[in-house]
Design a protein. Structure first.
Lengths: 728, 155
């Protein structure tokens, strides 16, 4: 840590950014997060300097830098909790700030500064605890020096060090002395039983400013001299204008400039720079652009489905194979089941539309953005502007949701903002994507077709399983491909199937990755969004066919070592049993369980049909995410993730293309769940654990849709294999 | 159209703005008056992030042109704490840890305050009707329900 003013943040960031190191090593390892075990104490090769993360102010305030974007997931509270607990800080004095892009703030495991894969707590658990413990040790050493006692004779509590003879000093008083103490190489971390904050229901640090309008998001930024930019994007990805008539647009008062810029997908767009949003919007509306669509592929959903379904009938690149692949064909036709599924493109639609502010000056730039990939975006902006990354000061702004949308390997929004800023040096440019730009702008959860052939044994359990997945690769063509694509298989397309915990002896999963002209991206819980739906609806169907209880059936089929899933399933069963036993007339219970990024979630829902739509009266969720830092936050993430997962079932829950153009443009036709579409009540139960923490932002997403349609199937007798759910 | 000058009453203060008559109130608040607590989410009154009170009525400011405001007073999230119901709703939101990303919550709170001013004991159905146009992409709806009920129960 450092006393205030000892070193300015900018000086520090500049120093650390120019230091060597920090390669893009891995985002996901072989088994996401499961492989990313938190290093055991003493084995972490890196000692993070407390002064980059902690500021002790004279008034007692403790300001902690959070090395992640906060966009709802609660990391801005959870990481400071870890640090403050080990530091024995008074929680009421703790404040958090989102750290700028800098080498020191890169993810300790993944090598880039990022949020993704629900890994923030998993990969920074050790880091933030050690930071707190080291800081505490330095404060104690400073006190011991002052009182001429041994550090072991001192104890700490609530930001105060107490000595053996009744001496006491606050952390703020000791800060200057502590800053001169060398950072200890090793520190003792607390045993879980000694935690004071970790494991407690701690309210978010950012609630009040988000309730009184004072929280600034990226879109709210107001920099002196700033102008607003809107961009007319090509109606088909990668297209270019044939002619641009900007006479009317330029004629509007307040319009500064109109010019063409290159797009990441190889096309050309038209940027409008104006004094304010509404001026820019009107000017963009008045552009007359004739687009050249002849040179670009014009994807069409209907045609894509035809191709995808045909591909699903042929074997693809093998993701996993075990057992005897002829056993399926040897079964009698009555013991075989074929299921074909369709999943559309999905937009993330975070509530805060995408935006980035860039000011380009001679030899440097300053950026404000809510980014999940700060160092990646920083480097991309630098490249556009002909700068080195360390010449780009990158402020992390609070973001209004993201769900993966602010984690683009090609940094297309930031590049666009930089292209515009490059043309108007010295003027801060706030690039705003309207909702229409966002809905039509690509970077969707890819559409997928699945075809599954299942052979059922005499016990009613599946004995053979042949599964073909068809969908675009998310990571091909990005730096992530090096370790996420093997043998032509993008693991994000088959996660949740290829690594299923259901013990199916003869098992074969293959994948086709078509390459239509649509940019795609990870959407909260990534491949699990579709794979869990297939697995959990099919398993439910098999249970019904075997006339077995769906929970008991799953328990029989799960690998014995699937401990987390079993624990979550057991807890969900116990907690939902009372209401499942007395369902109202015309209600049905549906269940699902799934493991995602090392976290297991089981869910039960009470569903009826109202106005031809599923009405979810209640959901019970059980989650095993290892040691839980903030149960209140886990509860909130589970509740919210269910609603996000329900996006898939909304009648208007699909992005479709016709002749190359996206058919939806706003929430009227691409509609996220409203309050009436969400569960009325959600109770969340956490499996007690002191195992290494895993994430909870994404893992509860995949279970809700299959749980709901499993209930619907009970009510209607129909099976639901095409999303979105147009009719019940 | 040519810009015109409008005398607005915003959060109890007279504010004079000169703008194109068609400019939505949302962008008057955000870009002219620097009241950025009111959010842009969709621009078509489909998400409720821009909800403010105009003449005491919860209104989607993204589709109301400034020229149609007249002398109706405007209240935004920045001043809602001065209203006892507004304060109770904000406190209930904090106490229930409702927010996640928080971007939609100004609009949620403004809708909730309008509801509770009419009905201090809303049923789930009342809540769904009044809050039915406010999207929360983080999915905080169950906590919103609880917080509304708690705020309504305040004396």
């Amino acid at each position: 840590m450092r006393p205030a003013q000892q070193i300015t943040r900018r000086a520090f960031v500049t120093a650390s950014a120019t230091a060597a190191g920090g390669l893009l090593v891995s985002l996901y390892l072989d088994r996401p997060l499961r492989a990313q075990q938190v290093p055991v104490p003493g084995q972490n090769p890196r000692i993070y300097p407390p002064d980059a993360f902690i500021e002790l102010r004279p008034d007692g305030k403790i300001v902690i830098q959070v090395n992640r974007l906060e966009f709802g997931q609660g990391v801005q509270t959870a990481l400071p909790m870890l640090l403050a607990d080990e530091m024995d800080a008074d929680w009421s004095q703790v404040a958090a700030e989102l750290a700028p892009a800098a080498d020191i703030y890169r993810d300790p495991v993944r090598g880039i500064q990022m949020v993704g894969g629900s890994g923030s707590i998993a990969t920074s658990f050790q880091q933030y605890r050690e930071l707190g413990a080291r800081t505490r040790a330095m404060l104690v050493a400073a006190a011991a020096e002052r009182w001429k006692v041994a550090p072991e004779q001192c104890r700490t509590e609530a930001s105060v060090v107490r000595g053996p003879a009744g001496q006491s000093a606050t952390y703020a008083e000791l800060a200057e002395g502590a800053a001169r103490i060398p950072v200890p190489a090793t520190v003792q971390l607390k045993k879980p039983a000694d935690f004071r904050l970790v494991g407690k229901r701690v309210r978010r640090l950012d609630s009040r400013p988000k309730c009184d309008g004072s929280q600034r998001f990226g879109l709210d930024l107001d920099v002196l001299g700033m102008k607003v930019a809107l961009v007319a994007h090509p109606p088909v990805f990668g297209a270019r204008p044939k002619t641009v008539d900007d006479t009317a647009a330029r004629g509007l008062t307040g319009v500064a400039q109109v010019f063409e810029i290159p797009t990441v997908s190889g096309g050309t767009a038209v940027a409008v720079v104006a004094d304010k949003f509404w001026t820019a919007k009107q000017a963009r509306d008045q552009l007359k652009i004739e687009w050249d669509l002849a040179a670009v592929e014009r994807p069409d959903s209907a045609q894509l489905w035809a191709t995808y379904k045909q591909l699903a009938g042929t074997p693809g690149n093998v993701a996993v194979t075990r057992g005897d692949q002829t056993s399926l064909d040897a079964l009698a036709s009555g013991d075989r089941l074929v299921a074909e599924y369709e999943f559309p493109f999905l937009a993330h639609s975070p509530m805060e539309p995408l935006n980035t502010t860039v000011r380009f000056d001679e030899g440097r730039a300053e950026v404000w953005a809510g980014s999940q990939f700060q160092t990646v975006d920083q480097a991309a902006i630098a490249e556009v502007l002909g700068l080195k990354p360390e010449q780009v000061t990158f402020h992390t702004e609070m973001a209004g949701g993201g769900f993966g949308r602010r984690a683009t390997a090609d940094s297309h929004v930031q590049r666009e903002a930089a292209e515009i800023a490059k043309r108007v040096p010295g003027t801060p440019i706030k690039l705003i994507w309207t909702r229409e730009d966002d809905v039509q702008g690509g970077y969707y959860r890819p559409m997928h077709a699945h075809r599954v052939e299942v052979g059922v044994g005499p016990s009613g359990l599946p004995v053979a399983w042949r599964h073909v997945v068809v969908g675009q690769s998310i990571v091909t063509g990005t730096p992530f491909a090096a370790f996420m694509v093997r043998n032509g298989v993008d693991r994000t397309a088959v996660e949740g199937v290829a690594d299923t915990d259901y013990a199916i002896p003869n098992f074969h999963v293959s994948v086709h990755h078509p390459t239509p002209n649509v940019p795609v991206l990870w959407w909260r819980s990534v491949g699990h969004t579709h794979t869990a739906f297939v697995m959990e609806t099919l398993i439910d169907e098999l249970a019904a066919r075997a006339k077995m209880d769906p929970i008991a059936y799953r328990r029989r089929l799960l690998n014995p070592d699937a401990k987390k899933l079993r624990a979550a399933l057991d807890l969900m069963e116990e907690k939902s049993a009372p209401w499942r036993a007395k369902l109202a007339r015309n209600h049905a219970a549906g269940i699902a369980c799934h493991e995602c990024f090392g976290t297991a979630v089981a869910c039960a829902v009470d569903v009826s049909i109202e106005n031809k739509r599923p009405r979810i009266h209640r959901a019970t969720v059980a989650i095993d995410a290892g040691l839980v830092v903030n149960p209140l936050s886990v509860e909130a993430q589970c509740q919210g993730a269910l609603v996000f997962g329900l996006s898939q079932l909304m009648a208007n829950g699909a992005i479709t293309l016709k002749d190359g153009r996206v058919e939806q443009s706003n929430f009227d036709r691409y509609t996220p769940p409203y309050i009436v579409d969400a569960p009325v009540a959600v109770d969340v139960h956490i499996v007690p654990s002191i195992e290494n923490p895993t994430g909870c932002g994404e893992p509860p997403v995949p279970v809700i849709s299959p749980a709901v349609v499993n209930a619907l199937s009970k009510l209607t007798g129909k099976r639901y294999r095409t999303l979105p759910l147009l009719t019940v | 159209m040519a810009p015109a000058t409008y005398e607005l009453t915003v959060n109890g203060q007279k504010r004079s703005v000169t703008a194109d008559p068609g400019t939505p109130l949302l962008w008057i608040l955000r870009d002219e008056l620097k009241l950025t607590g009111t959010k842009y989410g969709c621009g078509i009154a489909a998400c409720g992030a821009c909800t403010v009170h105009v003449g005491g009525v919860a209104t989607r400011s993204c589709v109301v042109p400034v020229s149609l405001i007249g002398d109706r007073p405007i209240v935004t999230i920045e001043a809602i704490s001065q209203d006892p119901v507004g304060r109770a709703v904000q406190d209930a939101w904090v106490s229930h840890d409702v927010v996640q990303c928080g971007y939609c919550q100004s609009g949620q709170i403004m809708s909730a305050v309008a509801l509770l001013k009419r009905n201090r004991k809303p049923t789930d159905k009342n809540i769904e009707e009044s809050m039915g146009g406010n999207i929360c992409r983080c999915g905080t709806y169950v906590r919103i329900r609880e917080a509304i009920k708690m705020a309504g129960a305040q004396p």
